[in-house]
Design a protein around this ligand. Structure first.
Ligand SMILES: Nc1ncnc2c1ncn2[C@@H]1O[C@H](COP(=O)(O)OP(=O)(O)OP(=O)(O)O)[C@@H](O)[C@H]1O
Length: 261
């Protein structure tokens, strides 16, 4: 099980102007600090898909970055199978895969060369790496473009390679920040199927999304994050009961305090 336990994270604002610009009435702004996460606890088990929902700016990316160790929390713990990861961050990083908003892939290499490069970096030997890359090429339907230059790719192609990169080393848990945002329906379908495959292989997946159809299709449990705090955690049925609603859309909206356009 992967757990975030009682996480707090604040950002120092550059100046008073930035605090005013952020939003004068945002309760997360206090003095020169922006309290982005407050006492946040979430978890994900093996072979489970968990979604993070919440408005723009709610804190989902910050939360996922903390979970991936890309960002250090001010307090709280990350635990893998009950063990705090503090002493063993390197081992933890080998157990997780992280897809962030930026691909971190090389524009002048092909998708294939990028995957070879990262497979080498992850310590897979050449033969192992080839087998793994070939499997991912098939699963993510990348045969038609994988040998072309990365900077010629569409958004969907880039995202597929970025996801392949995140799971090259066969992690136990995968953290995906908005994996399908901006993709056409075909690329989206491939990625949703891939998440289902990961789950069936026993991998735990935590992902953020704004798409409720994805949530209904993939998730056992959801967390609704608002203004840096978890407002709901549970399964979809519990959310509906809690909200006395038969529409997932209405039920989620009820847990978002802020009005959105
Ligand atoms: N380095 C930083 N300094 C100050 N504030 C920050 C910093 N990074 C993020 N924030 C603020 O923290 C809040 C949460 O941002 P975050 O990107 O985690 O939201 P999100 O839920 O992922 O939003 P979206 O759905 O738009 O991706 C935002 O208000 C953002 O402006």
């Amino acid at each position: 099980m992967l757990e975030l336990d009682n996480i707090n994270k604040r950002f120092r604002l550059k100046d008073a102007k930035q605090s005013n610009q952020l939003c004068a009435d945002d309760p997360r702004v206090s003095g020169r600090f922006f309290y982005a996460l407050k006492n946040v606890s979430i978890n994900c088990k093996a072979a489970e898909v968990v979604a993070l929902l919440g408005a723009n700016g709610a804190g989902k990316t910050t939360l996922l970055r903390v979970l991936s160790t890309a960002l250090a929390a001010d307090s709280g713990q990350i635990k893998l199978n009950g063990q705090e990861i503090k002493q063993n961050k390197l081992k933890y990083r080998k157990s997780i895969g992280f897809l962030s908003g930026t691909t971190g892939l090389y524009a002048r290499l092909s998708g294939y060369e990028n995957l070879q490069y990262f497979s080498n970096l992850y310590g897979l030997d050449k033969a192992q790496g080839k087998v793994r890359i070939d499997t991912l090429i098939k699963k993510l339907n990348m045969q038609d473009f994988i040998h072309r230059r990365f900077d010629d790719y569409s958004t969907g192609m880039k995202q597929k390679v970025a996801i392949a990169r995140a799971v090259l080393h066969n992690p136990d848990f995968v953290i995906l920040d908005e994996p399908t945002t901006g993709l056409d329906i075909r690329a989206r379908e491939v990625i949703l199927n891939f998440i289902e495959t990961l789950k069936n292989e026993g991998v735990g997946v935590i992902f953020s999304t704004h798409d409720l159809a994805e949530v209904e299709r993939l998730c056992q449990r959801i967390y609704i994050v608002e203004q840096g705090q978890v407002r709901f955690s549970g399964d979809i049925q519990q959310l509906m009961q809690h909200s006395q609603s038969d529409s997932l859309f209405d039920a989620v909206l009820q847990h978002m305090e802020v009005a959105h356009d």
